[in-house]
Design a protein around this ligand. Structure first.
Ligand SMILES: Cc1ncc(COP(=O)(O)O)c(C=O)c1O
Length: 368
């Protein structure tokens, strides 16, 4: 199966590890095992490292179930991160004849995997003038009885927009009319900045809703490589059929630590909210004083999509910035959003990094 280059991941592989200030990150300072638990029980230390429970332990599935209003254990399967979850959804649902509507910018899996399968993908771009929210009339103009799937990412990476519940209801109404599934990548769910931190999940709103979740963002444990799909039991069965070929199980240790984390998630959520709210305040203050940068402020998540004034390709800007200052940003070009950069506002040393960005874009190195 031929597939397009995963531009974000390629950029991060090249630039992230050498950054002095890593603003490409979408994570909130990952937790250590010591921060997660005081001690590891002997029962865990002595447990032989076999494959463990194939589709995830009952303990982990119960913890995942508690994130939703109305799902049962057989509505869940555990995957290698959200990246594994998204891939399994596409591979188990799509064929060449299927059509997909993908709301962009988003994680590239949501259009490149369907395209690699040969499905027709309609890309609908979020626009600043709509506060980075989907335009229903644009979805309406391409949806048909040939459509199999709409893919959303809510809260959205990179814009930080959060689709209001009423708008989700409208999208669902449209999907229901054409009998279309909705995949909602909810890896930033729980990170709304305004109102309730958790938006309602698509799986609690729509009988053909597919929720993808993960330990990586809201719970600060990207190194565990644990994600999941929550959806209708028959779809989970189809996903598990596909899953046999690429997962077997997640590691017993990943499953154990993910269970521990979700069982005490309010502690992690409180810690992360402090970092997230402090980050957004720092970003707001900087934007007020930096006329060369403009942004619709995020309502959730960990990233902002910032428009810059200089007439220079985003990849050139980001490479030059990192070379001169050590600050790593993600160029819009990697997200089909030329003219923008993504700033991870939950990054460490954000304030210093932003000062460095200002110094660079206002230096003679950048002329415009
Ligand atoms: C929207 C989105 N989906 C999925 C992923 C992959 O997450 P995971 O680390 O759980 O595989 C990311 C990672 O940045 C993401 O931003």
């Amino acid at each position: 199966m031929k597939i397009a280059k995963f531009k974000i991941e390629e950029w991060m592989n090249k630039y992230e590890s050498s950054a002095l200030y890593d603003l490409t990150t979408t994570c909130i300072k990952p937790l250590s095992i010591n921060e997660l638990c005081d001690s590891i029980p002997n029962e865990v230390l002595n447990k032989p490292l076999g494959y463990g429970d194939i589709t995830g332990s009952l303990r982990l599935k119960k913890a995942i179930q508690s994130l939703y209003e109305n799902i049962k254990i057989d509505n869940i399967t555990v995957t290698h991160g959200a990246i594994g979850a998204n891939q399994l959804v596409f591979l188990s649902m799509l064929e060449k004849r299927d059509e997909v509507i993908s709301i962009i910018p988003t994680y590239q899996q949501h259009y490149s995997i369907p395209e690699s399968i040969g499905s027709k993908v309609y890309k609908i771009f979020l626009k600043e003038e709509n506060n980075w929210l989907p335009d229903l009339s644009e979805i309406e103009s391409v949806i048909s009885t040939n459509t199999t799937l709409i893919t959303l990412n809510n809260p959205n990476n990179p814009t930080g927009s959060v689709i209001p519940e009423e708008m989700l209801e409208e999208i669902i109404k449209l999907a229901r009319k054409y009998n279309v599934w909705i995949l909602c990548d909810e890896v930033y769910r729980g990170l709304n900045l305004n109102g309730k931190p958790y938006s309602k999940s698509i799986v609690d709103m729509y009988e053909k809703g597919i929720s993808v979740g993960s330990m990586s963002k809201t719970y600060s444990l990207p190194g565990l490589r644990v994600g999941w799909v929550a959806s209708r039991a028959d779809l989970i069965e189809a996903i598990n059929k596909q899953r046999q070929y690429n997962t077997i199980s997640v590691s017993y240790l990943d499953d154990y630590f993910a269970s521990v984390a979700l069982e005490q998630r309010s502690r992690i959520e409180t810690r992360n909210r402090i970092i997230q709210h402090s980050g957004i305040e720092i970003l707001k203050k900087w934007l007020k004083c930096e006329p060369k940068m403009n942004c619709i402020l995020p309502s959730g998540g960990t990233t902002a999509l910032v428009k810059y004034k200089d007439n220079i390709p985003s990849a050139e800007l980001c490479a030059g910035l990192q070379n001169a200052t050590g600050v790593a940003l993600l160029p819009g070009e990697t997200m089909e959003m030329e003219g923008y950069v993504r700033i991870g506002f939950c990054a460490e040393n954000l304030e210093k990094a932003l000062v460095n960005i200002s110094n660079y874009i206002n230096s003679p190195l950048i002329q415009n």
